[in-house]
Design a protein around this ligand. Sequence first.
Ligand code: GLN
Length: 498
Amino acid sequence: MSNSAKVKELYSLISSINPKYKFFNNITPLETLLQNTKEDSKLITYALKDNISTKEHPLTCSSNILNGYKPNYDSTVNKLLKQQNNWINLGKLNLDEFGMGSGGVHSNNGVVINPLYDPITLNNNKNNTNIETRVAGGSSSGAAALCSAKPTFSTDNLPFERLAHFTLGTDTGGSVRLPAAWCNVLSFKPSYGRISRFGVLPYAQSLDTVGIISSDLNIISQVYGILDKFDEKDPTSMSKSLRKHVTDRDYGEDNDIISIGLIKEFNLNDIPKATKDIYYDFLQKLMEMNEIFEIKKVSVNSINNSLPIYFTLAPAEAASNLARFDGLRYGADGNETVERDLKEDGMFVKSRSLFGEEVQKRILLGNYNLSSELYDNKYKKAQVLRTELINDFSSVFKDEHPVYPTHFKAKKDPVDVIISLTSTDKTPLLSDFLKSNSVSPLDEFCNDIFTIPMSLAGLPVVSIPIKNTGISIQILGQFGFDEKVLRIAQKIENLLLK
Ligand code: GLN
């Protein structure tokens, strides 16, 4: 079968299932897909979270405030992917509005349905009110769900057994790792600054990191290799000299025993027993391979401050970033808005009410944290605590932090990488997720308890499912040592998780 025929088949499948599953905010038109398809080599299909700019599609961030907006430029990541021969961008993927959320339920385009629990069948019943419907996780919900989606019928006519080889999401506090875990696929959040954020709409710019999702770690490494480049258009891009500094110090670990840390302070008491059993069983197997791995307990003293630090800093940054959406340049029509402003209750209320509820909540929280009376005791304090956390993490790893060497703290018994659970439990039912959200909006924040610390410290993390369990683990290392983390993850996957 020709590549063009496969693309047609794939296009018709994703177009027919999207009204139900809501993976995409925007599917690339068939004509464009065919123009990009060549017959000379293997096809690779991918798609991007809809907070990453492409010239070809509108950018919505799943928000009404961006109605009608189409960027006239490409993000650097899109530019780099477009340079690959026969790599086809299927479109833009649904997300929690502006990346805020952990369930894929805060989108102006509807809730993303997890295809693992609602399998894709030939005759998809659009009105299927299956009570077992589960969330895809968020905020890169469409990105994880699309990589996971695997039709139940023969896929000989598709380029791959899944609907996409990989997707790009963004991870500010866990947004590629949590949905990937809940959709049973792998994900990689590189070190902060490794992949360019030029053209990626900021949520909280001191944390935002482009991440890669796939069902195959080799593909993740390949895509990372393409995107891991200095970009002068991104002021936070890791400099060339820093990249070289780290590469020169990555000595490999092939002949050494890999030492793995388990964080003492992570409280597993409230984790459901079934989840703990799966995790302990995995650790037990790891421990038995004592000619390859050694397991140690490590202390990251301040790790339990992570959630309050994050929910002080991330909304504060978001409130500043989202101030640009003032209704004059995006969203409501400019002239109409000015007229309305003169007649009615002001431009601000009208335009800002185009934000969804979750985003409005974050803007309020962020501005509250930044208000002059609270600034010292909240925002500034959170910054101080964040630095403490970075240092605590740093003192655990054998590798020296390339930006803040831990000269003031002796490393006691350092490790190569740390392992932890990715999420506190298996994928929740959509109904339970919505219920707990309406009872306490803070419940949703707690889903990220295991992913946020690494985002605050900017560390590289791979998340991998423990086969057939619905539970994933994270493998993380020192800032900048992304390749080392990928290598060790590959080893652990090969030995224990495949
Ligand atoms: N769930 C977290 C939040 O809502 C993380 C989101 C993200 O990583 N983009 O802030």
